[in-house]
Design a protein around this ligand. Structure first.
Ligand code: SAM
Length: 393
């Protein structure tokens, strides 16, 4: 088998296909089958490939586990089918093979707003971007997947979080048609999210990512750089540093991410993103201690006298102020539920996209944030940083 076909097979497996069709056989070496269809199905909760082999009058079925797809493809590519069509959730490929072995390959990345081809079966997998059985080697090394590509029990919540985050990114990038994207993941920690985002962009969306993960901890930074090197992820690197005062590593920052960056680290990340004019910001904050330590009220003592209510209210007030300050800074902003609370109590996601927002609306957002600060005696970091620059009173 020539190297190019081997690469095409690798590529097909990486795309986690839902359906592959081999058709248009020539000669007698196709075992008498006129067409082969491979469908991804879910049998008793286990993703499986079902191979349908068609003769003129009959169809024969056999099932194989996902990790045997590559072997099955190698076998089928040895047979003289002249046409191969591959359908994945966000990707389609057509390969036409000529009589002399020459071939013509067309690929199409599918806009995420188009209907998707889904795996069928009694027990469908949830509509996740990253699924069990998918070949994402970094997830095994990071300890999210077992070597059999199943989610480890202890990592179910984290898996859900990074998948959900990636779905938000997917949604955010509907209108993104450039070939390259520059992203910073602030407070990347062990970088489960960072590696998944890289995989998603490069392998599933076909966008060339340049991603920097930043964290204070030198041991995790070293580990993550080693891992990126091991997998040849050229567009992924990790730096040790403080978010506060970090200088943009790209001329143009397209997207800033934070997942559970502690307390005011989220504020410095948002502030950097705003200052750099990042087009898109996705941020799931964590442990909003700053406001919890300040909050007081003459009138609304019911909100501050119970520890639990005070803590939750402080978090909500913090994120509401952040939302307003992003709007004030020219970002269309939504605060959304990230994952169900049972999978993380820190489940608010701030989604902000640079937008042409009228000055009237921006000022209104600022006054809404001010009202909260006045009512509850607050000095909130993101607000302070932004107002210091604009010298608003
Ligand atoms: C709760 S962990 C989240 C890690 C990762 N994003 C995740 O969700 O798995 C928060 C991370 O933020 C990092 N961090 C906190 N403050 C930071 C700062 N000022 N600059 C850089 N990293 C920071 C911590 O070292 C830690 O690794």
């Amino acid at each position: 088998m020539n190297e190019e076909i081997s690469n095409i097979i690798e590529d097909i497996v990486l795309k986690d296909p839902e359906k592959i069709v081999f058709s248009n056989p020539s000669g007698s070496q196709s075992d008498g089958f006129i067409k082969i269809i491979i469908n991804k199905i879910v049998l008793k909760d286990i993703p499986t490939y079902q191979i349908e082999q068609y003769t003129e009058k009959q169809v024969f079925h056999r099932n194989i586990s996902c990790d045997l797809l590559k072997d099955a493809l190698i076998d089928l590519f040895e047979k003289p089918y002249r046409q191969v069509n591959v359908f994945a959730e966000r990707y389609q490929m057509e390969l036409r093979i000529g009589k002399k072995g020459n071939y013509h390959l067309t690929r199409k990345h599918i806009d995420t707003s188009e209907p998707r081809i889904r795996a069928t079966g009694n027990n469908r997998q949830k509509n996740h971007i990253i699924k069990e059985g998918m070949a994402v080697p970094a997830l095994i090394e990071l300890g999210v997947f077992t070597p059999e590509q199943k989610v480890k029990n202890s990592m179910q919540d984290k898996f859900r979080q990074i998948n959900r985050f990636t779905e938000f990114i997917d949604d955010c990038l509907r209108d993104f048609h450039k070939e390259k994207i520059n992203i910073i993941d602030f407070g990347c920690g062990k970088s489960y999210l960072t590696f998944i985002v890289y995989h998603y962009l490069k392998e599933i969306r076909g966008i060339e990512p340049d991603i920097v993960g930043l964290d204070l901890k030198s041991d995790v930074i070293k580990k993550c750089n080693d891992l990126a090197g091991k997998f040849g992820y050229n567009g992924l690197r990790f730096e040790k540093g403080d978010i506060n005062g970090f200088r943009a590593p790209f001329d143009k920052v397209d997207m800033v991410l934070t997942l559970h960056a502690c307390d005011t680290a989220t504020d410095y990340a948002l502030y950097n993103a705003i200052n750099w004019g990042a087009d898109k910001i996705l941020s799931v904050p964590c442990c909003q201690h700053e406001i919890n330590g300040q909050i007081r009220s003459e009138r609304f003592t019911a909100l501050t006298k119970y520890g639990l209510i005070k803590e939750r209210f402080s978090s909500l007030v913090t994120d509401a102020i952040r939302g307003c300050m992003l709007e004030y800074s020219g970002y269309r902003t939504d605060l959304m539920e990230f994952v169900d609370i049972e999978h993380s109590p820190k489940n608010v996601l701030i989604r902000a996209q640079k937008h042409n927002i009228s000055m009237e609306k921006r000022k209104k957002a600022l006054s809404e944030a001010r009202n909260l600060c006045e009512e509850f005696g607050l000095d909130q970091t993101l607000m302070r940083l932004i107002l210091k620059d604009t010298q608003e009173k």
